[in-house]
Each structure stands twice: as C-alpha cells, then as structure tokens.
Design a protein around this ligand. Structure first.
Ligand code: NDP
Ligand code: HSE
Length: 426
C-alpha cells in the first residue's frame, strides 16, 4: 500500500519515523506493507530531521495525490488551503484520507468532505484531530455507538491547560504563564488559536458530529478564551474548591437542542477533570446506559499525534483491502441552543467601594435581573474590597443583563471575572 504523506512538520516527521521504525509490525497489523510514496512539503530547501528520505520530498502535492500508484493519502499540512483541495481530490479518486486537521474538518468545506467521502466510498478518518493520542473518535464512533450520549466535556487544548495549571498552582499571572508555555514549545509564537479558544471550538464542533450525529461548524460554537482570566480569580476559585479549566462542552439540552461551547469553567476539585494538569487532555463522557467515563492522555506533540494517525492509517488500509469503509452514519444539521438561553451556575467577582449599602444595591441588581445568588463573600477591605458571588442556575441572557446593570452602579469599580461552574449538581 503506497502512502502519500502531505506535510512534514511536527506530525508528518513523527509519522514518517514511525512508518520507518515499525515497518514490519505495521505490515502485520495492516495486512500490507506500508510504503511512503512521497512526502509533500512547501519548501524543499528546508533542513529536515535526520532519517527523512530527501528523495521522497516533493512540492507537487497535487501530483502526488493524483499518482495512480498512491493508495492512501495522509494530510498533515493544516489549515484549509490547499488541504481542502487535496483531500477533496483524493476522495474524488476514491482514495482513503487520514487527517489531523481540525480546522479543516470543522469548516463548512470540511463538513462537506464527509459526504463526499461517503459518496465515493472512501474513508475519511481523523482520530488525531481531537485530543491527539487519545482514542476518542473511535471510542465514540464504535464502542459507544449505541449509547445515547448526554454530554461530552473536554480539556482539549494542552496549551491553555498548561497556562491555567501554572496560574492555579503557582499563582502565575496570565502573561507569565503564557511566556513559559511559549518558552517550553507548548504555545506558538502567535497563540491566538489556542488562548482565544478557536482550536478548542473546532474540536467541540467535531465532537458534536461524532458523539451526537449533528453537523456543526466552528463558527457556530459559542466561544470564549482565557485571555481575560485573572490570577486573582483563579486563586478565589481555588479557595472556593474549584479548578479553572478551558472546557469544550457539547450537551443535549431539555428540548433536544444542542449546546456547543468553549469557555473557561470552574470545575469542582472532586471532579475527574479538575485533576488534569499541565498540557494533558481529557474528555469526560456522560451516557444514558454507560454512565460517566473519562479518557485521558497527550493531546498534542509529534509522536502522540502521529500515533493516532498511524491507527487510522492501519484502519484505512485494512478497510481498503476488505473493500469496505469505517462506519459513517448520516448526519443532520444541529438545532443549536441560542447563547442567551444557556443555563449554568456562575461565578462573578466585582471590585467595589467598601461602604454601607453597597452589597444591598448589588444584590438588588441580581434579583431585578432574575439571577438567584447561592453564596457571597467579601475579600479585602476599603480600596481592595472584592465581592465574590456564586449563583444558582441562571440563563446567559439574564447574567449578561446583570453585568450590564452592575457596570452602571457607581459603587462597582470594576467587574472582575465571570466564569461558569460546570460539573456540579445544582
Ligand atoms: P507544521 O506546521 O509543523 O507542518 C506543516 C507541514 O505542511 C510542513 O511540512 C509544511 O512544509 C507543509 N506545507 C505547508 N504548506 C504546504 C503546501 N502548500 N504544500 C505542501 N506542503 C505544505 O504542522 P503540524 O505538523 O504541527 O500540524 C499538522 C496538522 O496536524 C495540522 O492540521 C494540525 O492542526 C494537526 N495537529 C497538530 C498537532 C501538533 O501537536 N503539532 C496536534 C494535533 C493535530 P515545510 O516543512 O516545507 O514548511
Ligand atoms: N495547540 C493544540 C494544543 C494542539 O495546545 O493542545 C493541537 O491540537
């Protein structure tokens, strides 16, 4: 089986290495020897890692895909252009495609690629696109295929979990924690996709498809990143018994709409997701019959991601030899819950003037906007006073009007943090 590898960066390099180092074992697993037909790159002059066969490198990705001797295509370029075109060309030729490209899969074009794969009877496999090495897509698609899933909540971005862990455990502020993540190679020089939640939103959209059978694109995902999280709110959360995590949440709501969202959340320390530290990923699944289960592991990095790619590659080859494809049930467009109707418990911190009547005025604003307070405490005095509120279940719309009205109060000097509380019974 001749394999076209498109992209030889972090993941592509690791994939080629595994294909070389474990060639005999992979042949036994697949039922055929896997031979790299070519490796498409952008720049032939770049220095490559030792062991990458220079003779296989090419800038002709389209020609490589179209080469009649190529049986399977692995797309590890990233982004939508030219990845979308290359994947589409491969599928139109009936060639199975393995990809780690969550940005592509969660774009409207990516959603269309699934139907194209079905039409041409070719596999489109993407285990590596969500949570790297964690066997999540296959678990949802196969082991849990008969399960009615209620909710999937994941820490699916290692960079932000690393930053939030540093803030929570060492009291680091956001900028310092980000700088350390960059120095250690977790965060990219431009960290926007990670810290603003775009990467997690793409993964949430993909999970909505695999776990719930609905087509969702990244742009439809409610998204809030971690850039506004202050060290002091992480510290308050810690004292109140919570860890702060950036969560991707996909859940059925009462009327069978789907809430698909990414936001910082306070998770009770007793919840399994609270113990996921550093750059690790974990996904917590709640099903009707299965109950609760959690998958944990490395969500990024060359070798962990390539491990998931290799698993898909073996599947694609086995299926091709058997003249079949992986299960790919039909999907429907999702009925997404409007953002204003999302109901969660919330944490709000306010910097206020410390004088009689302020708490009463603030509490009245919560009540006037239909938000019920669960608990309140004051931190600091005089110029340092902060009021920390936890609410009962409230709608996003009511919470937003509360914050707008609070910002008009003279006694409220600053609205600090707003975080949703997740993983705790009401
Ligand atoms: P890199 O940026 O490290 O590598 C991208 C590769 O694509 C490079 O080899 C580059 O060539 C090549 N490339 C870029 N443009 C073209 C083009 N027009 N034609 C041919 N080749 C091109 O990306 P990663 O390896 O980090 O990521 C690959 C995919 O895996 C992405 O979709 C990413 O989201 C996903 N992923 C990555 C993870 C990680 O930890 N890195 C984790 C999970 C998923 P050149 O080398 O010449 O510049
Ligand atoms: N940038 C992602 C992370 C890895 O930090 O987890 C790729 O999905």
């Amino acid at each position: 089986m001749r394999v076209a590898v498109l992209g030889c960066g972090t993941v592509g390099t690791a994939l080629v290495r595994i294909l070389q180092d474990r060639s005999d074992a992979l042949a036994v697993q697949s039922g055929a020897r896997l031979e790299v037909a070519g490796i498409a790159v952008r720049d032939l002059a770049l220095e490559r890692a030792p062991g990458i066969p220079r003779g296989l490198l090419t800038t002709g990705a389209a020609e490589l895909v179209a080469d009649p001797s190529v049986d399977v295509v692995v797309e590890l370029i990233g982004g939508t252009d030219p990845a979308e075109r290359l994947v589409r060309n491969a599928l139109e030729l009936g060639k199975p495609v393995v990809t780690a490209n969550k940005a592509l899969l969660a774009s409207p074009e990516g959603v269309a690629l699934r139907s194209l794969a079905k039409k041409h009877g070719a596999d489109l496999l993407y285990e590596a696109a969500v949570a790297g090495a964690i066997p999540l897509v296959r678990a949802l698609r196969e082991s849990l295929t008969g399960e009615r899933i209620h909710r999937v909540m994941g820490i699916v971005n290692g960079t932000t979990n690393f930053i939030l862990t540093k803030m929570g455990e060492q009291g680091a502020d956001y900028a310092d924690a980000l700088a350390e993540a960059q120095a250690l190679g977790f965060a990219e020089r431009d960290p926007t996709a990670d810290v603003e939640g775009f990467d997690a939103a793409a993964k949430a959209a993909i999970l909505a498809g695999v776990a719930f059978g609905y087509d969702v694109a990244s742009a439809d995902v409610m998204r809030e990143g971690i850039t506004a999280i202050r060290a002091v709110d992480v510290e308050f959360a810690d004292r109140l018994g919570y860890a702060v995590k950036l969560l991707a949440v996909v859940e059925r709501t009462g009327d069978d709409a789907l809430s698909v969202r990414v936001h910082p959340a306070m998770v009770p320390k007793s919840h399994p997701l609270a113990g996921v530290r550093g750059a690790f990923n974990a996904v917590f699944i709640e099903g009707e019959a299965a109950g609760e289960l959690m998958l944990y592991g490395q969500g990024a990095g060359g070798l962990p991601t390539a491990s998931a790619v290799v698993g898909d590659l073996i599947d694609a080859v086995r299926n091709r030899l058997a003249g079949t494809t992986a299960p790919s049930p039909d999907r429907q467009p999702a009925r997404l819950l409007p953002e204003s109707e999302l109901r969660t418990q919330c944490y709000v911190s306010l910097q206020v003037t410390d004088r009689p009547g302020v708490l009463a005025a603030v509490a009245k604003v919560f009540g006037d906007n239909n938000v019920s307070i669960r608990s309140m405490e004051q931190e600091g005095y005089a110029g340092e006073a902060q009021l920390l509120f936890l609410t009962h279940l409230t709608s996003e719309g009511d919470m937003r009007s509360t914050l707008a009205a609070l910002s008009d109060l003279d006694a409220v000097e600053r609205i600090g943090g707003l975080m949703r509380i997740v993983g705790e019974p009401e």
